[in-house]
Design a protein around this ligand. Structure first.
Ligand SMILES: CC(C)(COP(=O)(O)OP(=O)(O)OC[C@H]1O[C@@H](n2cnc3c(N)ncnc32)[C@H](O)[C@@H]1OP(=O)(O)O)[C@@H](O)C(=O)NCCC(=O)NCCS
Length: 182
């Protein structure tokens, strides 16, 4: 079985869309937000050009093993972030209040079909897409937001193991923002 990455936008205008749409409806994942986004929002976000979703599908049965979604978002620095980190992220200044960056808005694997894909591999696919974006428009970091709860600690550890560093809590204090230099 081979894993291929397919842009949802391309699939939406192809013959296989009805089959994939059915599989999207059945995508199940340990994180309900990640599950719900793919099932109910990803297509509308494509239509409005708000984000881009990429499906990792097995080339035989077209099962959705995992997916990730990318978009652009501002990182608004809070007082807790050191000047050195701000300068590292901005590239020039340690005084900026915010920086535009590539957000990994969603990332997750299917509870049933995702057994044969490691999380690290999903990150690798996501980074490939991100480096393509960087080639065209530049960009120094990518980041993500994940819940800062004891139940989610393994996910935080997973991102740390894959090169993401803790930046700060977002302004709601609910999410931990983690970034990775490109
Ligand atoms: C995050 C993820 C890609 C990591 O994949 P992986 O490296 O192959 O690792 P696993 O799936 O084996 O998960 C590692 C551990 O984290 C736990 N875990 C994963 N996602 C979790 C979640 N959302 N909530 C609580 N625990 C979670 C797993 O149960 C596992 O625990 P164990 O070691 O006790 O068995 C994958 O677990 C996943 O898709 N999780 C659901 C989606 C998600 O949480 N995405 C992040 C949103 S910001």
């Amino acid at each position: 079985m081979g894993i291929i990455v397919k842009a949802l936008r391309e699939i939406m205008s192809s013959d296989i869309y009805p089959i994939v749409a059915d599989k999207i409806d059945n995508f199940s994942c340990k994180n309900s937000d990640v599950e719900t986004f793919l099932r109910t929002k990803a297509v509308e976000y494509e239509n409005r050009n708000k984000s881009r979703t990429y499906l990792l599908i097995d080339d035989k049965n077209v099962d959705i093993m995992a997916y990730y979604t990318l978009s652009l978002k501002a990182i608004d620095f809070r007082d807790t972030v050191s000047k050195t980190t701000i300068q590292t992220i901005d590239g020039f200044s340690k005084k900026v209040e915010s920086v535009a960056a590539i957000l990994i808005g969603q990332l997750g694997k299917d509870t049933y079909f995702g057994n044969s894909i490691e999380g690290a591999k999903i990150i690798e696919f996501a980074l490939n897409s991100i480096y393509n974006v960087q080639d065209i428009i530049g960009g120094r970091v990518c980041f993500l937001e994940t819940e800062d709860t004891p139940e989610n600690q393994k996910v935080i550890d997973f991102y740390a193991d894959n090169g993401f560093k803790v930046l700060q809590h977002d302004k709601t204090d609910k999410y931990l923002q983690m970034f990775r230099k490109l």
